[in-house]
Design a protein around this ligand. Structure first.
Ligand code: ATP
Length: 831
């Protein structure tokens, strides 16, 4: 099959790629004019964030930089005007620049890493600590220095000198002055003030006594100091002091986390220049431990006010929990089982959390299936105090509890769940509670039991709060959670730090900074997640479908490009091809009408929001263990929480507009493939797109996040041999016309609005937004009469029915479809 490479490995940021593709979107439509108002909010949020980053950087740099930029660009040579402000030729390269892997863009604070450099691994560790990874394809990685990333760097123990020195050693050119100034400006206030809970008392802590004096004189903070604690106490700064994270051999801080094998030093064969590059970093290590810290106590009720005021003063406080010296809260008997060995990237992420021997609050970002649960459990085993875990669904609650029991030696009586069905407490003086965000934040009147349980949660101190899937929870929910439940440290976990609202930066303050973000490609190379081949399959529209597409409104347009017979055929061909290879295939469709129609026609099992719970489980079991059931059609309820290591191939036939997060979450379903370590094994992800339609525009937007993670989407314009597939559906004009007629009479919105995940229904009902009602459509009587051709829907036996053991059960979706068809037939039969 001829394959054209679309997303190259050039290091070009995909957000730019998405914008470019917007400009060249084929087809007659204006992409902005379609879809609901919130469809692009995720993109907009990211653009706003990018703008904020640029603004923040400009605030520090532009004025200082202006003269240099002007003199640098104007009249340099005849080619300068092509590059405009991006002509950096005036920056001199160091004589040994070839040995150094970084380029720095002084205008935007962007750093480009040559990932093929022998120093790339070291540089990457350093960069993920001080900068935001933006794009990490094969050869060039792009990072942004942002106030938040520098805040995170300080929070793991680096100081501005460290950052500038190492950056300078890795950079091909001397660090531009404005970047030095930017780093110094951003970091001088960060980390200066810490909020520490010691023996349940809150302290404002700093290594700079003058800073504390300044705060004490402040009109808001001064009065919040606890009466009778006039003196500023001085103690030695904490260090790892022998803290070993369970499941690891050591737990040294971020400064040593460069490379376990080489101990942060260049390996044999690397030249001395490279060794030199790390000298500064390691020299600096020794200083930290001897620093003294000073503190004054503040009242519990003043914590929020202090945090707020410090922020206003430009001194964001870092939250740290000195759990080893917490004698007020009971110790939890928990340890990792000896068999549990955490992986290097899990260790690295935890070393950023516990880098100075205390627990720092923050967010850890690991790809789907990379083991975020075990990271959370290991954090709990390190802190050994009461833990509260908050998840997005009650099924996840059950899974978290099971994982705790699987990986740790926790006594089952010490881990309880709080959901609408179970309101348990642990029996001893401390333990673990697993619950959902909705349970702890609901504002409706609670049942007596739930009220009691909330009192239990609110009237005690927790050592650690684990916040699962932080990307899906609105910022105001975090606000409620963190203000109502008293916890010493917070750990947010996610695979995709992309948010629908524009509150991404709030997470930095509500939970903490991003502590670590793993590199998807690296984990795939190491066999921790599967290697995936991604492809976009272009399916030309048939003439009849395209004529209707051009005439129709947006909702019907979507149904037309999803039900495009050529797309159907591509799906059939790919299923056949991969089933023969021995793959297990998941086909995703957001549109429930299409999901049903495809599955029925191909005689495959399907699950959507309306599928009964026991039926879902039966189908999943068959998919896993029955060698005759190799393909499963899933609506978006399967986007998350689905753990099916058998699945090795994904086909997407319809999706939620331009959602990058959905694309990444769906890809996540095959990253856990059991066979990932087989030699030469690849999982496959196909996105079927109807050519010259709005779908192409959405598709390029959707891929942006994955392209930034280094996935290259290939474009398949023709599936070789598809014409010869026996039993190819819709191969005659009559069949295609019949399908078109069926599509044209659909006046409902089959977009599924779900409130549950695959394993759990919140209310026992699927919510499908339906907007029935009269609509005028152009057509002829003979066309309408074609409605009877829909008979295939009834004649075809569905795989779901075959799988059913009990007679008489019927899916509400089938019932509804059959009722509608009967009504339509009756209407047609009427004189
Ligand atoms: N260190 C480890 N050793 C062995 N197995 C591990 C390790 N870490 C994780 N796993 C396994 O990897 C699988 C995926 O883990 P987990 O469910 O925590 O992933 P996740 O990151 O939460 O994924 P998702 O975002 O899709 O929910 C699980 O089967 C888990 O047991």
């Amino acid at each position: 099959m001829p394959i054209k490479r679309k997303a190259s490995s050039s290091g070009r940021s995909s957000s730019k790629a998405a914008k470019d593709s917007e400009a060249s979107t084929p087809g007659p439509s204006t992409p902005q004019s379609v879809g609901s108002s919130d469809e692009f909010s995720e993109e907009e949020a990211s653009e706003t964030e990018a703008e904020n980053i640029d603004n923040a950087i400009n605030k520090f740099t532009l004025t200082k930089y202006k003269t240099k930029k002007d003199t640098g660009v104007k009249g340099r040579d005849s080619a300068s005007h092509h590059f405009r402000e991006n002509d950096f030729s005036y920056l001199s390269l160091k004589p040994d620049h070839d040995n150094r892997p970084l380029w720095i863009d002084p205008h935007k604070g962007r750093i480009i890493l040559e990932s093929f450099s022998p120093l790339a691994a070291h540089a990457q560790d350093f960069l993920t600590t001080i900068a935001e990874p933006l794009s990490r394809p094969s050869f060039l990685h792009e990072y942004a220095l942002t106030p938040h990333s520098l805040y995170a760097a300080v929070s793991v123990g680096l100081d501005p000198k460290d950052i500038i020195n190492v950056l300078d050693r890795l950079s091909k050119m001397p660090i531009p002055d404005n970047i030095r100034a930017y780093i110094t400006n951003c970091t001088q206030s960060y980390g200066k003030v810490k909020l520490v809970l010691k023996n349940t008392k809150h302290y404002v802590e700093s290594s700079d006594p003058e800073m504390l004096q300044k705060l004490l004189k402040d009109e808001v903070i001064g009065p919040l100091r606890v009466e009778g604690t006039e003196a500023i106490t001085t103690t030695l700064a904490p260090n790892m002091g022998g803290l070993v994270i369970p499941g690891t051999k050591n737990a040294e801080g971020v400064k040593q986390a460069t490379d376990q094998r080489s101990g942060g030093r260049p390996q044999d064969g690397e030249n001395t220049n490279q060794e030199d590059i790390f000298a500064t970093l390691n020299e600096e290590d020794d200083d930290d431990d001897s620093d003294a810290v000073h503190a004054f106590e503040i009242s519990d009720t003043g914590v929020e006010a202090v945090q707020k005021r410090c922020l206003e003063l430009g001194l964001p406080v870092l939250e740290e929990y000195d759990f080893r010296n917490d004698e007020a809260n009971a110790n939890l008997e928990i340890d990792l089982k000896p068999s549990a060995q955490i992986r290097s990237y899990q260790e690295k992420s935890l070393s950023k959390m516990f880098g100075n021997g205390r627990a720092k609050s923050g967010i850890i970002v690991l790809p789907c299936g990379a083991g975020k649960t075990l990271v959370g459990i290991t954090a709990a085993c390190t802190i050994k105090k009461g833990v509260i875990v908050l998840c997005t669904s009650s099924m996840s609650v059950v899974q978290w509890r099971q994982e705790f029991l699987k990986w740790s030696n926790i006594d089952p009586n010490d881990i309880a769940v709080f959901t609408s069905d179970h309101k348990e407490k642990f029996t001893r003086n401390t333990g673990i509670i697993v619950s959902t965000y909705s349970m702890v934040t609901q504002t409706r009147a609670r049942s007596y039991d739930a009220g009691k349980m909330m009192d239990f949660l609110q009237n005690r101190e927790w050592g650690l709060m684990i916040l699962d899937e932080v990307h899906v929870v609105p910022a105001n929910i975090f606000r409620k959670v963190t203000s109502s439940i008293k916890t010493h440290s917070k750990l947010g976990l996610t695979a995709t730090l992309l948010r629908e609202d524009d509150k991404i930066s709030d997470l930095n303050f509500l939970i903490g900074p991003k502590l670590y973000e793993a590199n998807w490609m690296e984990l795939a190379d190491q066999g921790h997640i599967a290697k995936v081949q991604c492809a976009e399959v272009w399916c030309p529209m048939t003439t009849e479908f395209y004529s209707e597409y051009l005439r129709e409104t947006s909702r019907k347009r979507a149904l037309l490009y999803i039900m495009n017979p050529r797309k159907f055929q591509a799906c059939q061909f790919l299923i056949d091809y991969h089933e023969k290879r021995g793959d297990k295939i998941i086909v995703f469709s957001d549109n429930v009408f299409a999901l049903h129609a495809y599955a029925q026609k191909l005689n495959k099992a399907f699950i959507f929001g309306g599928t009964a719970q026991h039926e879902r489980l039966r189908i999943l079991e068959n998919f896993q263990h029955n060698e005759n059931i190799n393909t499963l059609f899933l609506s978006k309820i399967g986007d998350t929480s689905l753990d099916l290591p058998e699945a090795t191939c994904l086909i997407q036939i319809s999706s939620h507009y331009g959602s990058r997060r959905q694309e990444a979450q769906r890809l996540g379903r095959i990253l856990r493939a059991k066979r990932r370590n087989d030699e030469g094994f690849n999982a496959f992800f196909y996105s079927l797109v109807s050519k010259d339609t709005q779908e192409m525009y959405y598709s390029s937007k959707r891929q942006a996040f994955l392209v930034d993670q280094g996935y290259a989407f290939k474009v398949i314009t023709h599936l070789q041999g598809i014409e010869n597939l026996p039993g190819l559906a819709f191969s005659t004009a009559a069949e295609r016309r019949e399908l078109l007629q069926n599509v044209m009479i659909q006046n409902e919105d089959w977009d599924e609005k779900i409130t549950d995940d695959l394993f759990h229904r919140n209310d026992g009902k699927a919510i499908i937004k339906k907007k029935p009602g009269a609509r005028r459509t152009a057509g002829t009587l003979s066309e309408l009469a074609g409605g009877q051709d829909m008979a295939y829907v009834e004649q075809n036996k569905s795989k779901n029915k075959e799988l059913k053991k009990k007679k008489g059960e019927s899916n509400p979706f089938f019932k509804k479809l059959q009722r509608d068809q009967a009504r339509r037939k009756a209407a047609l039969a009427a004189p």
